[in-house]
Design a protein around this ligand. Structure first.
Ligand SMILES: Nc1ncnc2c1ncn2[C@@H]1O[C@H](COP(=O)(O)OP(=O)(O)OP(=O)(O)O)[C@@H](O)[C@H]1O
Length: 116
């Protein structure tokens, strides 16, 4: 990816944040997780799992947003195909978020319990 392509990609991320309430929620959740990770001093392996989990959720949400936009262009008005496409795409985000939450609980819960 050249410098110009990189700029377009960054713009795409900001557009997704602008369009999607869920994307804003994911960004806030990411900042909270990163901050908590710093406070609880995760080790290298724990950071790797947390960063992979965050990346998969953000990637899924970016693709979901893109698929929603394409679907809205293809189908005008309500349509069963549009519903299925969007629901399946949203399902991908849900799967990523559930597994990310499980990774977060496995890594953070024992540390939070020890912290208090
Ligand atoms: N054109 C359509 N025809 C039929 N059902 C639709 C259509 N557009 C959206 N839906 C239904 O409404 C749901 C929400 O779609 P919408 O485009 O509003 O996404 P959203 O509210 O931004 O979703 P998310 O919160 O997952 O990002 C879809 O998952 C689908 O079930």
């Amino acid at each position: 990816m050249n410098k110009i392509g990189f700029r377009h990609a960054i713009r795409g991320i900001f557009k997704a944040i602008q369009f999607e309430r869920n994307m804003k929620i994911h960004m806030v959740a990411m900042l909270i997780v990163l901050f908590t990770g710093l406070i609880l001093t995760l080790n290298a392996i724990e950071w790797v799992f947390i960063l992979i989990a965050i990346a998969i959720v953000l990637i899924a949400e970016l693709l979901n947003t893109s698929i929603e936009k394409i679907t809205d262009q293809i189908f005008t008005g309500r349509h069963e195909h549009a519903r299925n496409i969007k629901d399946i795409s949203a399902g991908a985000v849900l799967v990523a978020a559930i597994f990310a939450a499980m990774i977060g609980i496995i890594i953070f819960l024992p540390k939070i319990i020890n912290f208090f």
